[in-house]
Design a protein around this ligand. Structure first.
Ligand SMILES: Cc1cc2nc3c(=O)[nH]c(=O)nc-3n(C[C@H](O)[C@H](O)[C@H](O)COP(=O)(O)OP(=O)(O)OC[C@H]3O[C@@H](n4cnc5c(N)ncnc54)[C@H](O)[C@@H]3O)c2cc1C
Length: 483
């Protein structure tokens, strides 16, 4: 029997394992005997699965330590949930409260309706917005007439936005939004790797605004899906019981599949060639042989594991930078807060010089997150702006976040509960040249038949892209084994 060893029990490793099993289940239905021919072993260094995904339930609150949702526009996580039978667990955002605020000159301003990431698509809300100055608005509107870039070289997000929409759009919209999502710095982020759609809009339509308006009007003409299909699908989706439900379900399904095992507490320290395949060595001295190895650990961890096998590959993997972040979730009694909490939260531009990057008003954004008489607020700390803050003690971090919430939202109440989660070297940064780096990594990996790398380091940083990449990797594995 062929053995596939997957290193890393985050969403990428588990999705890759499940995808292998799903394909095999397809084989079972056709009656072929190969259904028995594959053993899948997942090795995870921590005592629990999920990697960055961690849900905690306490005193009627549901707290996400890492991600709190996935994008439905990228359909792979949603599709996986549905295939796992989690359709009834799917939870969309409370759309009637859908507003994002941006801190500017110490005050929260609504991000104008119709601004899609950074591109204005609705004239009136944009014109009426208090966020952008009149010269800033004129400069953004001029985007319509700015000629497209002549070459197809990659550039930083900062240079792209400044060139097309101006400095104010970069400072007040693009920078805080990407810092809130990618924990990244537009001065180094690759626009091609992080926002390929914007590059495509410029290439195809010569203007982001023109391209976006065309796409929106084409979407309006599309047939409306039946009401049942539209059920609860919003831009950001989660699961009622938190994202760990996805991890727990994958774990259960895998464990009830034949020839599948998941071993936690196994820190793999090296992968070596052995015969026609490989051997994965763990820190406790144990070793496991494999026909195929899928490394679903962060790129820096993959680099350490693969150093002995291929130092050039290890060097390239290590060249993908990561930043550290922390989330601080605080609960308050609802009546102890004067702020109307009339949105999903706010983002903080670097120019405001604050110590948090963003805050989500979690109990407004999603149901089932707190008791009715309480609110849950989740703040993001660290990232490329303030990495050193991630190392503050819990008490210091909480004190700092409370000071920020007092200044920004006027909250001076005593918290009912607070939780700090630190994520060291957890967010890959797709800096300029990322696509070339990944191509070079994949070329080096392909020199080792039966070796694969997958995860958020390569083709998309979010959960959905990680699922997609893992499923593509599983297909490649099966293709190789079928040869
Ligand atoms: C604070 C935060 C908020 C986020 N918010 C969102 C969000 O709202 N929506 C979204 O789509 N994405 C979000 N993300 C990104 C999302 O978490 C990732 O896309 C996704 O979880 C990556 O999964 P992964 O399996 O590739 O990596 P990981 O989750 O990092 O999993 C890798 C696993 O490999 C294991 N491992 C590492 N080295 C070894 C070894 N030597 N031996 C064995 N095992 C090893 C690790 O312990 C870990 O469990 C967020 C990330 C963070 C940190």
């Amino acid at each position: 029997m062929k053995r596939v060893v997957i290193i890393g029990g985050g969403i990428a490793g588990l999705s890759a394992a499940w995808s292998l099993r799903e394909h095999q289940l397809g084989v079972v239905r056709t009656g072929a005997s190969e259904a028995q021919a594959l053993e899948v072993v997942v090795l995870e260094r921590h005592g629990s699965l999920g990697g960055n995904i961690k849900t905690e339930k306490t005193d009627g609150f549901l707290i996400e330590g890492g991600p709190d949702c996935f994008l439905s526009e990228k359909p792979w996580a949603l599709a996986l949930c549905k295939r796992l039978g989690l359709e009834d667990e799917l939870l969309g955002t409370n759309e009637e409260k859908r507003k994002t605020f941006v801190l500017s000159n110490g005050r929260l301003h609504v991000l104008p309706e119709g601004v899609i990431l950074m591109v204005p698509t609705k004239l009136l809300p944009f014109a009426a917005s208090s966020l952008i100055s009149i010269p800033g608005k004129i400069r953004m509107a001029m985007e319509f007439f700015i000629p497209k870039k002549k070459d197809d070289k990659d550039e930083t997000l900062g240079s792209f936005v400044r060139r097309r929409l101006g400095q104010e759009a970069l400072d007040k919209i693009a920078e805080p939004l990407v810092a809130g999502v990618h924990a990244g710095d537009p001065a180094t982020m690759s626009v091609r790797a992080c926002f390929p759609k914007f590059v495509q809009l410029e290439e195809e339509h010569g203007s982001l605004i023109r391209g976006m308006l065309k796409r929106l009007s084409a979407a309006k003409g599309a047939p409306t899906p039946p009401a049942s299909a539209k059920k609860k699908i919003t831009m950001f989706m989660t699961l009622k019981g938190g994202l760990s439900t996805l991890i727990d379900t994958l774990n259960e399904r895998l464990l009830s599949s034949e020839n599948t095992s998941i071993k936690t507490g196994v820190n793999v320290i090296g992968v070596h060639k052995k015969g026609a395949g490989y051997e994965a060595l763990a820190q406790d001295g144990s070793a496991i042989e494999a026909d195929v190895v899928v490394v679903a650990a962060p790129a820096w961890a993959a680099s350490a594991l693969l150093m002995a096998l291929d130092d050039k590959l290890a060097e390239k993997l290590n060249a993908i930078p990561y930043v550290s972040t922390a989330t601080v979730t605080i609960a308050f009694k609802r009546d102890a807060i004067r702020h109307p909490l009339n949105g999903f939260g706010f983002v903080v531009p670097k120019t405001e010089k604050r110590r948090i990057m963003a805050a989500t008003w979690t109990s407004v954004k999603f149901d089932y997150r707190s008791p009715d008489d309480a609110v849950l607020i989740r703040c993001f700390v660290g990232g490329s702006k303030n990495a050193e803050l991630v190392s503050l003690s819990d008490a210091e971090m909480l004190g700092m976040v409370r000071e920020e919430l007092k200044d920004i939202m006027g909250i001076d109440a005593e918290p009912m509960l607070a939780r700090v989660f630190r994520w060291f070297n957890s967010m890959p940064q797709y800096t300029v040249g990322h696509e070339e780096r990944v191509a070079a990594i994949e070329a080096l990996v392909s020199k080792h038949p039966g070796l694969y790398v997958t995860g958020s380091a390569y083709h998309g940083i979010g959960i959905s892209d990680s699922v997609r990449n893992a499923e593509i990797t599983a297909k490649k594995v099966l293709h190789l084994l079928a040869q």
